[in-house]
Write a protein that binds this ligand. Structure first.
Ligand code: ZN
Ligand code: ZN
Length: 249
């Protein structure tokens, strides 16, 4: 499958990642990607950037090294109602948002509480992707999650880092398989992301794509092969494509 985008990456600004924005985009260009999403951690992650980081995205060119660039945020789901940790005045500045559950920002509840947390986040218009829902430390009802993603027109992420040896997330492979089977059944789209914290990992989707091939997951439900398919879920990308410029395909 043609894989031309990566929508979940972190730079130095996230506090525990190691490259600059320009280095990350350059890496994307070298690897032949047409679109990179940069999604710094929102403020509750220790060491993450101040919220002011998110209000000056207007200065960042949206095409660099012939790669389209979207400036987003990986928002923390912080409660069972799906609240997130960035105030609306900062949310407005984002090109797009990923909502994820992270250990320092969320106390895992029951399956129904964790599922409600994901569903609550999906209802927020700033959320376009649910990040690494495979993390078994926060067990969720995947059938309900997948159906809600369809209803709210949100992408579910297949996170390559979750499948890396040494990743602290739990039961990711088994949970990804479960998510994908429900996605196939209910015709729900996914995005494969690297969650790169270092430029070498930009576009690194190998483990995730191996699983997709293993189970013969339908290509039309994976947005990575088409900017237009991804844009159907991300209005800022629709605008970006409509504005023309380099990086078209
Ligand atoms: Zn994350
Ligand atoms: Zn991340």
């Amino acid at each position: 499958m043609n894989d031309i985008l990566d929508l979940h990456t972190h730079t130095f600004a996230s506090g525990h990642a190691y490259n600059t924005l320009y280095e990350m985009v350059h890496s994307a260009s070298e690897k032949g990607l047409k679109l990179l999403g940069v999604t710094e951690h929102a403020p509750r992650i220790p060491g993450a950037c101040h919220p002011f980081y998110f209000i000056n995205f207007k200065v960042v060119p949206r095409i660099l090294y012939n790669v389209r660039l979207l400036m987003g945020c990986e928002l923390n789901i912080v409660s069972y109602d799906g609240s997130i940790d960035l105030e609306p005045r900062y949310q407005r500045e984002l090109d797009f948002g990923i909502a994820s559950i992270h250990e320092p920002c969320y106390d895992s509840g029951t399956v129904s509480q964790n599922t409600a947390a994901y569903l609550g986040a999906m209802k927020n218009p700033v959320v376009h992707i649910i990040g690494h829902p495979d993390d078994g430390r926060f067990p969720a009802d995947y059938e309900t999650l997948v159906c809600a993603a369809k209803e709210h027109h949100v992408l579910l992420e297949i996170n390559n880092s979750s499948l890396s040896p040494g990743c602290h997330r739990k039961n990711s492979r088994e949970n990804i398989l479960s998510i994908l089977e429900y996605c196939r059944r209910y015709q729900v789209s996914v995005v494969v992301d690297s969650d790169a914290h270092c430029e070498v990992d930009v576009g690194n989707h190998g483990r995730a794509f191996s699983i997709l091939e293993e189970i013969d997951f339908p290509e039309e439900l994976v947005v990575n092969h088409s900017l237009e398919r991804a844009a159907a879920f991300i209005p800022a990308l629709q605008k970006h494509l409509a504005s023309g410029g380099a990086g078209n395909d």
